[in-house]
Design a protein around this ligand. Structure first.
Ligand code: G6P
Length: 480
């Protein structure tokens, strides 16, 4: 009766994320041309949606375009429009030039602009309003990632009946770095609108709770924050907890066993001249991924004569990302300059040092690459999780192959038998790459078996179930 003025929607389960889980098919001429985006999140959540009368709220990826809600593969999709300016200020600006570098150890300097912050608040309000309009009474809403940290609070203000979860896919920085953000209190308050706040690592969880204590004076006990109303009374309890995300293991395994994909892997090796060792890097072209560190180490190994282009080839897939943001443009120039110099120096007519590919590939081709690669290089300087490392492990069903993995990824918490490395240490990186190339079959098999045990029992479906179960048990629901 308290909220008798509220209009309820019909969705019992809502996911809210910056991007909708569909992409326009480039060749489609009419507007029916959508296909499901690649990635584990939608795979894990689509079945939950189907069972629970769910809907997904998000931006469809084009500026200055308002679309009606539509249906795709049993999912109700509710597009949120962004103007051209909002893409610039909220998405490229505050999300990807303020929060992204700030949350990734200030690898690039974050920029703080009040106009970006204004747009971030405005757009977060719009997402919250869209979710409030779509959610049924007492529904569960799961908000995703750093672009939408104010949504939990706005949404609770609009709809106190809802059960609200939030998951941060990227790292949460230590308070000493978070302190730089002029709007640090508002961000913490925004997140505290949720009943359950999930992070990738225990460390991210601890960082968030320390910031809540330091910047809000919140009382934190056993990962719980008693969130106060303005009058000082407790409005609800917000709990913070780690839930390391994973991948759709079954999909990768099935693809890794398909004869045509196994044949494609063989073809890739042959096309590169069947070198003894193929090394592989797969990343969004992002400065957090440590691509230049990897290339530097690889170039020096060639210079040192430890490897030759006859014996080894590095395939570097760098998928295009955030191409209108200046730091990303500069990174692309730098990476392509390095690749050009290394290849110019070491390539022969028939052999290449680095096969550099600035493309997106379908998952089938990715799995063929995983099968073709003896050594996988994941050298991120900071990464919330890194799903590529997990996909490589899932694809290696015959327990061969070596994974070089940065200590600064969330995945390193789970893949303890990887060859762990500090990518800032170029000599250390060279040593571990050399070790990976020379790893004995017995040792690589022992390591891969152990990593596979971890991945096979922790897929993305389990991740989403763990989160949603915890959210269900969390919300202490009074007076309804
Ligand atoms: C990271 C973020 C996601 C984001 C993705 C691609 O994984 O955690 O929220 O969607 O990068 O970036 P983009 O800016 O293209 O959405």
């Amino acid at each position: 009766a308290r909220h008798s003025g509220t209009e309820y929607g019909s969705a019992d389960f809502l996911v809210v994320s910056n991007r909708l889980p569909v992409d326009r098919i480039p060749t489609a001429t009419d507007d029916g041309g959508w296909r499901r985006s690649p990635g584990g999140l939608v795979t894990a959540l689509a079945p939950v949606m189907a069972v629970r009368d769910g809907a997904w709220v998000g931006w469809h990826g084009a500026p200055d375009e308002t679309l009606d809600p539509f249906h795709h593969e049993n999912m109700d999709l509710i597009p949120v429009p962004l103007s051209h300016d909002e893409v610039e200020l909220y998405y490229e600006g505050f999300s990807n030039s303020t929060l992204w570098p700030l949350y990734h150890d200030v690898i690039a300097p974050p920029e703080f602009h009040r106009t970006w912050w204004d747009a971030y608040q405005r757009v977060n309000r719009r997402f919250a309003a869209a979710a409030a309009g779509a959610a049924a009474k007492n529904a569960t809403v799961w908000v995703q990632d750093y672009q939408l940290q104010l949504v939990p609070r706005y949404l609770r203000q609009l709809r106190p009946d809802l059960r609200i979860g939030f998951f941060n896919h990227i790292p949460f920085p230590p308070p000493e770095i978070f302190a730089q953000l002029p709007w640090r209190q508002a961000i913490i308050n925004g997140l505290l609108g949720a009943d359950l706040i999930g992070f990738q690592r225990p460390n991210d969880t601890a960082n968030f709770l320390r910031s809540a204590r330091r910047f809000l004076g919140a009382s934190v006990k056993a990962q719980q924050v008693h969130v106060k109303e303005n009058d000082g009374s407790v409005s609800h309890i917000a709990r913070a907890e780690p839930f390391p995300i994973s991948i759709d293991v079954r999909q990768i395994q099935e693809l890794a066993e398909r004869p045509d994909i196994i044949a494609r892997a063989r073809q890739i090796r042959a096309d590169l001249g069947n070198p003894k060792t193929i090394l592989l890097g797969v990343d969004r072209l992002d400065y957090t991924k440590g691509i230049t560190h990897r290339l530097k180490a690889y170039g020096e190994l060639l210079t040192d004569g430890v490897i030759t282009v006859q014996d080894a080839a590095l395939i570097q897939v760098a998928s295009p990302s955030r191409e209108r943001v200046e730091t990303y443009r500069l990174l692309r120039e730098e990476v392509e300059g390095m690749v050009g110099r290394i290849n110019g120096q070491f390539d022969t007519i028939s052999n290449t040092a680095i096969r550099y590919l600035h493309h997106n590939y379908p998952v089938e081709e990715m799995v063929a690459l995983y099968l073709a690669a003896d050594v996988m290089l994941v050298t991120a300087l900071r990464d919330g999780m890194n799903l590529v490392a997990k996909e490589y492990v899932a694809a290696r069903s015959n327990n061969t192959g070596a994974l070089v993995l940065s200590e600064f990824t969330g995945a390193a918490d789970q893949l303890k038998q990887a060859l762990l490395v500090n990518p800032h240490d170029i000599d250390g990186l060279k040593a571990i790459i050399t070790r990976a190339i020379e790893l004995s079959p017995a040792e690589s098999s022992r390591r891969m078996r152990s990593m596979r045990r971890q991945i096979l029992t922790h897929d993305v479906e389990r991740w989403s179930q763990d989160f949603l179960t915890a959210l269900q048990n969390e919300a202490v629901r009074d007076d309804r």
